[in-house]
Design a protein around this ligand. Structure first.
Ligand code: PLP
Length: 371
């Protein structure tokens, strides 16, 4: 049996029928823009995440750009970000005309290094920063980071593209963010049938700006208070997400169980360690992350391929090492942890409703051939 890295076709028994019926209903009524599906989705998001405002938009990258623009980031501003993330985090800063400064990550939780961050804020006199909740958990020092930013008047945009369902210190990870974002890219834990995203905030001024900017900066149908763009969420995507939402708790539980199973079974292997969320987190089971001993990953990749086990490398390079970052990067704080991690991480198959047999088989190959 081959096991893919991800399989999104494990629908609940009635899911596809209900989705097809929903497409029919929306199509018959040509209900393609706005409407109750979007209102319902935004209500669920705000409730789940403990915030006052959830604004749907076209994708998670736009969500970041909307959040940065709403926070007042503009041409010439320095924005700090972790050096280990998906390229969209970096790209969003450049696309709003600002100047990215990367900050290295901690090898323990694989998230932004708080001590380096503090120094980088001073050095660059930064007024804006981004933190990314990577892999389905977040920084061990997130509360400290938020407090520091508040004291220093640094607006912190939280990239929560991968974090739906994560809780931190007993609350949704999004709840205590000033402004945060979600991606509903299909492979995320709460995935759409295409592209979609959202911005979350409890600040009413940010919320009003985001809602307007995602709809051409409108104040009225043909009056514009900002130069925005079209980043409206599609009604069909909202309808699909509302159906997924009904099953989301079970999908999350299944992912969390798989993540915990890997961690339990693969705790004493010599060639790698299984990354673990810091204390205070309940992960969402987005990814399993193994960190290999230096130089050992290539052999592991070959062995997994030979045994029909899918895997992912998330991510194979640091932001500051990308060809496109050269001309636009305004600084790089810290050492080579991001680069080092990029050469050592590997993720095993993990998706909702993986079977016990599949999990056992992956574990058996990893224990016997990579351990
Ligand atoms: C950390 C991070 N930020 C931003 C994004 C961008 O989201 P999207 O693909 O919906 O534009 C993603 C997902 O792909 C992501 O993983």
């Amino acid at each position: 049996m081959t096991i893919p890295f991800i399989d999104l076709k494990r629908f609940e028994p009635d899911f596809l029928d209900r989705w097809i019926e929903k497409i029919r209903e929306l199509s018959v009524n040509t209900r393609f823009m706005g409407g109750p599906e979007i209102e319902q989705l935004e209500k669920s998001l705000a409730q789940d995440c403990g915030v006052s405002h959830a604004i749907g938009c076209a994708n998670g990258t736009d969500a970041l750009q909307l959040a940065l623009r709403a926070a007042g980031v503009g041409p010439g501003d320095v924005v700090l970000l972790p050096d280990f993330t998906f390229w969209a985090t970096f790209e969003a800063i450049v696309n709003v005309g600002a100047r990215p400064v990367t900050v290295d990550v901690s090898p323990d939780d694989l998230q932004l290094d708080f001590d380096l961050f503090v120094r980088a804020v001073e050095e660059h006199k930064a007024r804006f920063a981004m933190v990314v909740h990577l892999y389905g958990w977040g920084s061990a020092r997130l509360a400290q980071l938020r407090q520091f930013c508040k004291e220093k008047k640094v607006t912190l945009v939280e990239d929560g593209a991968q974090a739906y369902g994560v809780s931190y210190q007993g609350r949704s990870i999004y709840q205590d963010a000033e402004i945060s974002t979600i991606s509903f890219y299909p492979a995320k834990v709460f995935g759409a049938a295409g592209d979609a995203g959202a911005v979350l905030t409890s600040n009413p001024e940010f919320a009003a700006r985001i809602r307007s900017m995602a709809n051409h900066g409108r104040s009225d149908h043909y009056s514009y208070q900002y130069v925005g763009w079209n980043s409206r969420i599609d009604t069909l995507q909202a309808a699909y997400l509302n159906l997924v939402h009904e099953h989301l708790d079970r999908r999350l539980e299944s992912r969390r169980n798989a993540a915990a199973f890997y961690r339990e079974k693969l705790s004493d292997c010599n060639s790698f360690r299984c990354a673990t969320p810091p204390d205070g987190y309940v992960e969402n089971g987005y990814l399993n992350v193994l960190v290999f001993e230096p130089g050992k990953r290539a052999d592991a990749e070959q062995t997994l391929k030979d045994n029909g086990i899918g895997f992912g490398i998330v991510y194979p390079g640091a932001m500051s090492d990308q060809e496109a970052s050269g001309p636009v990067i305004a600084g790089r704080a810290g050492g080579d942890v991001a680069r080092d991690m990029a050469s050592r991480v590997l993720s095993l198959p993990l998706f909702a409703y993986m079977t016990e047999d599949e999990l056992e088989q992956v574990v058996s190959v990893v224990q016997n051939k990579l351990g």
